[in-house]
Design a protein around this ligand. Structure first.
Ligand SMILES: [Fe+2]
Ligand SMILES: [Fe+2]
Length: 137
């Protein structure tokens, strides 16, 4: 998978774009190791990245949506909440079980969810702000 998703939301978005680059890198790393049968050795790293990065990343996107009057902000925020709930469940299971195959599968599902969200909803948000900035407001 080629990881870079362009985001053109100007200044405050540069951190968001950087997060997406890192996210795709982490996704790729975990999926490769999963396919090679080494998921249990990398799942802790994937969970740690998601746990430390996602909440702040989502907050930054929500701030941009709010400040920019993005019309789909509510449903986008709901998707963030849904992802964070799944993340919380993955973290709890990881704390209880450690790096099991079950945790790898749960993490893979979570990563699919985050991946789809980034490709669909974040992309739609990016297009909105790109159009808006071309119009000059
Ligand atoms: Fe995002
Ligand atoms: Fe998002």
């Amino acid at each position: 998978m080629q990881g870079r998703m362009p985001l053109n939301m100007q200044e405050p978005a540069s951190g968001i774009e950087q997060d997406h680059v890192e996210l795709f890198h982490e996704i790729h790393y975990f999926q490769e190791s999963l396919q090679a049968g080494h998921g249990v050795s990398t799942v802790g790293r994937a969970i740690h990245w998601l746990f430390t990065k996602l909440p702040g990343h989502f907050q930054a996107e929500e701030e941009i949506m709010r400040a920019g009057g993005y019309p789909l902000a509510d449903s986008h925020r709901n998707s963030h909440q849904e992802i964070l709930q799944v993340l919380e469940s993955v973290v709890k299971t990881f704390e209880k079980e450690g790096a099991t195959r079950g945790v790898c599968q749960k993490t893979a599902s979570l990563i699919d969810l985050v991946h789809r969200h980034t490709h669909n909803e974040d992309q739609a948000m990016d297009q909105f702000f790109t159009k808006k900035s071309r119009k000059g407001n």
